[in-house]
Ligand binder design. Structure first.
Ligand code: 0O2
Length: 213
């Protein structure tokens, strides 16, 4: 592939993969809903990386365009937002058990947050797409995060765009403080959740052991 590459054609399998994966991941949410269970998935988004972003990242990382298929893992990108940090681990378990994807890498930026303060769990996998010529295996990345981690990442990403990665020092500090607040919020919500679940369990034991006549 050279600079004259046909982007429209190149991106077709990625577009198909994103559409298919959105349906599949939203399907998980629906299944939990039907069983009246807490769903670990709040909502799902997906996008194909815009050509300008592919070119900018390729330039930054010295990736020759002919190596994009193997060296750029997030041309097809999905995001799964969860209510609680525990849900993230549940989603990762669900992904590991699927046989329509082959996980090749996991990056845990929840345990090891990035220098910026960014937290999220990334799973990179191979996904087979059926194209006219047959099967094409593409790479895709799913980022799994809580709603509040997503709030932080979205704001940071748009500021990053504005400052081209060169944040003024005070903004950098504020973003780190905000990331810490997000961490505290997630912790607090998890504890509240545990207490609610304990109360619900006690309620159902009482109902079972002392049914109303
Ligand atoms: P976009 O616009 O989201 O597509 P690395 O070498 O670690 O910097 P790598 O190897 O590509 O990067 O993988 P990584 O870090 O697992 O995934 C990169 C993607 O994660 C980014 O894609 C972002 O979506 C997200 N991400 C990583 N770090 C940050 C961060 O500090 N802030 C925010 N807001 N997002 C982050 P792109 O291609 O950078 O951008």
């Amino acid at each position: 592939m050279d600079e004259e590459m046909n982007w429209k054609e190149f991106l077709i399998p990625y577009e198909q993969a994103v559409e298919e994966l959105k349906v599949k991941l939203k399907g998980i949410r629906k299944q939990f809903g039907k069983e009246n269970l807490h769903t670990p998935i709040e909502f799902v988004t997906g996008r194909v990386k815009p050509v300008e972003s592919i070119l900018a990242k390729a330039k930054l990382r010295n990736v020759p365009l002919k190596h994009l298929e193997t060296d750029m893992q997030d041309i097809a990108g999905l995001r799964i937002m969860c209510q609680f940090v525990d849900d993230i681990h549940e989603v990762v378990r669900l992904l590991r058990n699927r046989n329509d994807i082959k996980i090749i890498e996991e990056r845990d930026y929840i345990t090891n947050k990035k220098e910026s303060g960014y937290r999220s769990y990334h799973v990179v996998f191979e996904y087979p797409v059926q194209v006219i010529e047959g099967e094409k295996i593409i790479l895709a990345e799913v980022q799994i995060r809580t709603l509040s981690m997503n709030f932080w990442a979205t704001i940071e990403h748009s500021l990053n765009y504005k400052y081209q990665g060169e944040f003024p020092e005070d903004i950098k500090i504020r973003l780190k403080r905000a990331a810490e607040a997000v961490f505290q919020l997630d912790e607090e919500m998890s504890q509240i959740r545990e207490e609610i679940q304990e109360a619900q369990q006690m309620f159902s034991y009482n109902q079972r052991d002392n049914p109303k006549k």
